[in-house]
Design a protein around this ligand. Structure first.
Ligand SMILES: [Zn+2]
Length: 124
């Protein structure tokens, strides 16, 4: 059974991560341009803060609630990515300072393809 609270918290975290990737990408494109760069840098810092806060909230919930299953859904349509909505049922394998180990327990073919495309793009 997926925990609705964890699902919501994960949603917020995933969206904060996507916002951070987006902001970082924009920042990289503005190197050398003073005004716009400063603006983008502030935006990136803000996104990073949101990301850390969302991650903490999720970890806190896991400690308090002890649940491990949730539905993961990343809607990137508002970001610069082209993969679109990715939905999956996921179970948390482990939580380390470096990241989350997720095991997807249910994912459609199309979602799998979009996730693969997203990971390939983010690793570049
Ligand atoms: Zn929970």
């Amino acid at each position: 059974m997926a925990c609705p609270t964890a699902t919501n918290l994960f949603d917020a975290y995933a969206n904060a991560v996507m916002e951070l990737f987006d902001a970082t990408e924009r920042l990289a494109n503005l190197v050398g341009q003073h005004g716009p760069f400063e603006e983008a840098r502030d935006r990136t810092e803000h996104a990073r803060g949101k990301c850390v806060a969302a991650r903490l909230a999720l970890e806190q919930h896991w400690v308090q609630h002890g649940c491990r299953a949730f539905s993961a859904s990343v809607d990137q349509t508002s970001f610069s990515g082209h993969e679109g909505q990715i939905g999956a049922e996921a179970v948390v394998g482990h939580v380390t300072p470096g990241g989350l180990g997720l095991k997807f327990s249910a994912m459609g073919d199309e979602d799998g393809k979009r996730l693969k495309a997203l990971i390939t793009r983010l690793r570049k």
